[in-house]
Design a binder for this molecule. Structure first.
Ligand SMILES: Cc1ncc(COP(=O)(O)O)c(C=O)c1O
Length: 390
């Protein structure tokens, strides 16, 4: 197959190559001032107090989860055995850190059209056992946070956001990724901005921020401010503080080049998102009532990671056939994230419960796929899609 309509393309130009060169010339490749400046600008852009850059969105999810096990704030402290609600459709590394820290995941069905939580299933799944809800904004689409907050009411339930697919999306004029106590982003190649590999956690909570600064780098104190929420006051003895380990952490640091790339990419983010939204307007206009498949229903302002196509029921057309027709005209296609994740063999290693039937997740697992969206016009791809004959 010749790929004419790829899933992902670069948004780099000479500015990104100059940024890489800036780091090469500085001869300082490990995490430093470029990463720090990127974090500052990222937090400002999204209206968060703090941002911590790591080497992937998966690492961001790991750090976000880990931080909740070492907070001194009892209101948000999680412990092994606590229950967290998760949507049945997401990426593998949404789930892995949760089980690695001993949380029990309760899988809840998604809505067939928005591809985010089925809100009545979510309502039904929340009990006195629920300590946290993982919100995943799928393929750029925000969740209905107003409704979710209503469902939680006055209960002490933490909201965490895996926003790795939805940078730049908004709900009621607020960026997704900033609704929970922490939110994660990915800047992997195929995402809205690309540092090739990369991830970010944002939060407004100073203690969680300090915990993450330590856990990102070996669990040491070196990257903490003198006055900090992990150790109180650091000593002024640089030798003693250079190898002082206070939390069981990792090495999740990004390269300095990733920070430099991020600084260039975030300047472009508004236009990158605008391009994707323009394409969405056209595809919605031309294909909303397609007889064979339906499109994802937008909540708020999606940042349109890609375009999900789900076969309409009773059409007697298999997904295999749709895929081969799409391949024939040059479309690269993928399943809708990991489909119904509970169908994967890895579930044998993940302590979990399934809430009710995951019928919609199963439906898209068998009948859904997605094609790429880009920051530039994709009219030719949309027209080719509209012309497919069955
Ligand atoms: C929902 C979700 N979470 C986490 C990740 C992991 O991000 P990364 O590929 O940067 O590790 C992805 C990957 O695309 C994702 O789709």
């Amino acid at each position: 197959m010749t790929i004419k309509f790829p899933l992902a393309t670069t948004s780099w130009d000479q500015n990104e190559y100059d940024a890489l060169q800036r780091v090469i010339t500085s001869n300082m490749f490990s995490m430093g001032s470029e990463v720090k400046e990127f974090e500052k600008q990222f937090a400002k852009y999204f209206g968060s107090k703090y941002a911590v850059m790591v080497n992937s969105g998966s690492s961001a999810n790991l750090l976000m989860t880990g931080a909740l096990f070492y907070t001194k704030n009892e209101k948000i402290h999680l412990r092994p055995g606590d229950e967290i609600i998760v949507p049945a459709v997401s990426w593998s590394t949404t789930y892995y850190p949760l089980s690695q820290y001993g949380l029990v995941q309760k899988f809840v069905d998604i809505d067939l059209y928005t591809l985010n939580y089925d809100l009545s299933a979510l309502e039904d799944a929340i009990t006195d056992q629920t300590r946290a809800i993982m919100i995943v904004n799928l393929l750029g689409n925000p969740n209905n946070f107003e409704k979710i907050k209503e469902l939680i009411g006055t209960r002490n339930i933490l909201l965490l956001e895996d926003n790795c697919e939805s940078m730049g999306a908004k709900f009621q004029n607020k960026y997704t990724g900033t609704f929970g106590i922490m939110g994660t982003f990915s800047s992997f190649f195929s995402h809205h901005i690309s540092t090739m590999e990369g991830g970010i956690v944002v939060t407004d909570d100073e203690e969680l921020y300090h915990i993450m600064l330590s856990m990102r780098s070996h669990g040491w104190t070196r990257n903490l401010p003198i006055e900090n929420k992990v150790t109180g006051i650091k000593s002024d003895d640089a030798f003693e503080e250079s190898f002082n380990f206070v939390l069981p952490g990792y090495n999740l640091r990004p390269l300095e080049m990733s920070g430099a790339l991020g600084l260039e990419q975030i300047k472009k983010l508004p236009t990158l998102i605008e391009g994707r939204r323009d394409n969405a307007k056209i595809i919605q206009k031309k294909l909303r009532n397609h007889p064979i498949f339906f499109l994802q229903e937008e909540i708020g302002e999606s940042s349109w990671f890609g375009f999900a196509l789900v076969l309409r029921p009773n059409k007697n057309i298999s997904r295999k056939r749709l895929i081969s027709e799409l391949n024939l005209i040059g479309f690269e296609v993928r399943p809708i994230v990991a489909g119904n994740f509970t169908n994967n063999p890895v579930m044998a290693h993940i302590p979990h419960r399934v809430h009710g039937k995951l019928e919609n997740a199963d439906y898209i697992d068998k009948n859904g796929l997605f094609i790429g969206n880009h920051h530039y016009k994709i009219d030719e791809a949309i027209d080719a899609l509209a012309q497919i004959q069955f």
